[in-house]
Design a protein around this ligand. Structure first.
Ligand code: C2O
Ligand code: CU
Ligand code: CU
Length: 521
């Protein structure tokens, strides 16, 4: 290990990220302190912001509708996109677009999605936030091999995981969607290579709707905007810049050493467009916000703030509606989190330009997109005082309390990221909750780690030894830990029996060891 790498290594494994934070100074301090990762700059001049219209991903039409299921087909392939005006960017894409097409399902109605892998490497599809049987959950070694050719990574996964269910070319993912209305998303989840594959474009929305939510007078139609926020860096040739050790994404996982804490880009994309602009009427709009970035955390706010009242009225979290709306004047959002927010543009005069800013960013990452309040509109929406009911869960119901630490540490002779001191292995099960049991899981972090559990939704019980924070409300599947913080969540482990993953959703951490298994029995 070189002197430099040894120092960095010690920095990563030292207490609470203090060593990493030391030595940072100057204008980047705010951004650096607010997120864990290293900035990778673009090699091309950045475009003027707020020029590109906000794209809305197309809604995918089923190829067949059966009595209780909709069938879809998605081809995963390489494509070229014009992301920065005038530049051609090679992408990996569901149906050739980034983001992929949006799926829209009814709660309780099965969606069967046939994915065909025409990419040069194996893939895995995971429906994030889905309550999905294990064989369709996108376990990291359940590879779909490319339609053409054989692949080394196949042997890699097979050797590591005798239980891997590997198929050639095509897999039908079956999603029963026995869950409430929510903003889900689907993305690649291949062991060791999730970060670069998602970065190249393998992510899309899957919205679940239900009668309870439909009965509410929330903004809908054009006034409901799915917003996938993701940062990227671009190389001189227009390609996305990512510091993979193995640019073919075939065999060697991980990123170059300066980026092991996370890859941060300097271009902020919303629905695949750089700092876009959306024209809106002066009415309430529902923003389904998703942070699909690999490592970047944002702290979103409106500039100017509305003249009276809060910027955002939160109506939902990762797993759907809150019990009652909550008001916020800003919103911290970590990778993989979703927040459902209503913004009332009717509080601004027509003609106002309202910028969605990122208080956790600096320079080009200090802003996200812009809304232009272009016209009056008839207000037909309302935010009821009661939105939904959420089953209460309290400590006395929990049979078990488990504790997991999320820290930097060595894996495979390099810097990596560990859960409970261990790097990811498909063959080690770290928790065996009984199906239907309620458990408390306590997480402790060294740096920022957004922790995600597959299969279940949870409630935040405590944060830093105190009651949950203002953004912790409702049912979640991803919770952001700040440096040195401990968070307790409580969940009922029901749905399906089988092996599921839990992990940090900083995609670089995830790829470099910070993943583990639980099995519902
Ligand atoms: Cu969004 Cu295990 O993932
Ligand atoms: Cu997930
Ligand atoms: Cu992490």
């Amino acid at each position: 290990m070189s002197g430099l790498s040894r120092r960095r290594f010690l920095g990563l494994t030292g207490g609470a990220g203090l060593v990493l934070a030391a030595g940072l100074a100057g204008p980047r301090l705010l951004g650096r302190a607010a997120t864990t990762g290293e900035l990778l700059a673009s090699e091309v001049p950045l475009p003027t912001p707020f020029r590109v219209p906000l794209p809305i991903p197309a809604v995918l039409t089923p190829v067949a509708r059966e009595a209780d299921a909709d069938r879809y087909e998605i081809v995963q392939r390489t494509a070229t996109a014009e992301i920065l005006p005038g530049l051609r960017t090679p992408i990996w894409a569901y149906q050739g677009t980034f983001p992929g097409p949006t799926l829209e399902s009814r709660s309780g109605r099965t969606a069967i999605v046939r994915h065909r892998n025409e990419l040069p490497v194996p893939t895995v599809v995971h429906l994030h936030g889905g309550r999905t049987p294990p064989e369709s959950d996108g376990y990291a070694t359940d590879l779909v091999l490319p339609t053409s050719g054989t692949h080394q990574a196949h042997q890699h996964a097979g050797m590591l995981d005798p239980d891997a269910k590997v198929v050639q070319g095509v897999r039908d993912y079956v999603y029963p969607l026995r869950q409430r209305a929510s903003t889900l998303w689907y993305h690649d989840h291949r062991m060791d290579f999730t970060g670069p594959a998602v970065y190249r474009g393998l992510a899309g929305f899957h919205l679940v709707r239900d009668a309870e939510e439909d009965a509410l007078p929330l903004p809908r139609g054009e006034r409901e905007l799915p917003l996938m926020i993701a940062d990227r860096a671009f190389a001189a040739d227009g390609s996305m810049r990512y510091p993979s050790l193995d640019s073919t994404l075939a065999t060697v996982p991980g990123v170059e050493e300066p980026y092991v804490a996370g890859v941060l880009g300097d271009v902020v994309l919303v629905n695949g467009a750089p700092w876009p602009v959306a024209e809106v009427s002066a009415t309430r709009h529902r923003l389904r916000l998703l942070n699909a970035s690999n490592a970047r955390r944002y702290d979103l706010a409106l500039d100017p703030p509305p003249p009276d009242g809060p910027a955002f009225t939160q109506i939902g979290s990762d797993q759907g509606l809150l019990d009652a709306p909550r008001e916020h004047d800003h919103l911290p959002i970590a990778p993989a989190e979703r927040y459902d927010m209503v913004v009332d543009f009717g509080r601004y005069p027509v003609g106002t330009e309202v910028t969605l800013v990122n208080r956790a960013g600096t320079g080009s990452t200090a802003y996200v997109m812009r809304f232009r309040v272009a016209r009056r509109g008839i207000e037909d929406s309302d935010i009821p005082d009661r939105l939904s009911t959420i089953e209460p869960l309290n400590r006395t119901q929990a049979r078990v309390t488990r504790e997991f630490s999320f820290r930097g540490g060595p894996t495979g002779g390099r810097h990596g990221w560990l859960i409970g001191g261990e790097p990811y292995s498909p063959s080690r099960i770290d928790a065996r909750p009984r199906l239907g049991d309620v458990e408390i899981w306590r997480f402790v972090a060294d740096l920022h780690h957004p922790i995600h559990l597959h299969l279940v939704n949870f409630r935040v019980l405590s944060r830093g030894g105190r009651p949950p924070g203002p953004f912790d409300g409702g049912l979640k599947d991803t919770v952001d830990l700040r440096p040195g913080e401990a968070v307790e969540v409580i969940a009922r482990f029901d749905g399906y029996r089988g092996r599921y993953m839990f992990h940090c959703h900083n995609a670089e951490h995830e790829d470099m060891g910070m993943m583990a298994n639980f099995e519902t029995t």
